[in-house]
Design a protein around this ligand. Sequence first.
Ligand SMILES: [Zn+2]
Ligand SMILES: [Zn+2]
Ligand SMILES: [Zn+2]
Length: 171
Amino acid sequence: MNCPNCGAAMRLKDDADYLLCDYCQTPHFPDLNSDGVRVLGEPAGIFCPICAISLTHASVARERILYCERCRGMLISMDLFPEIVRDLRSRREASIDAARPPDLKDLDRQIRCPKCSAIMDTHPYCGPGNIIIDTCENCAQNWLDYGELDRVVRAPDPAVPMSFLPTKQRT
Ligand SMILES: [Zn+2]
Ligand SMILES: [Zn+2]
Ligand SMILES: [Zn+2]
């Protein structure tokens, strides 16, 4: 895309969540979309495992991810995922709906890792939200379908088991 200030082509800055104009140095932060994703508009050159169109560079909670503009799935590095979830959960509105059971049919789906093309490991996510997540250990990537990140973020905090509370509070 072009610089809103001078019209020169802008480029995506490595590891940043904005575009930068090389000519006038104006940074540009595209607006968040309805999924809370900042779509940075440059094709990543690797393809959505569902739609087979190119994923696009994007960011969520200021961390870079790859995003499918068609199915709104997200490829998130395993290193960044806990950080993203922590950040979004600290600012969330919890929702009881997010605690509904996972859709076990999703366990039968097989998709290929956008990076290495191996079949991804499809399993229930161990954190909140009851989602079925697809992961590639080799590439350290998580694939989240549309709405799954939102469920993880908005799930209520797990109840603290009684046995973990100091004895005084067990009344
Ligand atoms: Zn400019
Ligand atoms: Zn897609
Ligand atoms: Zn992979």
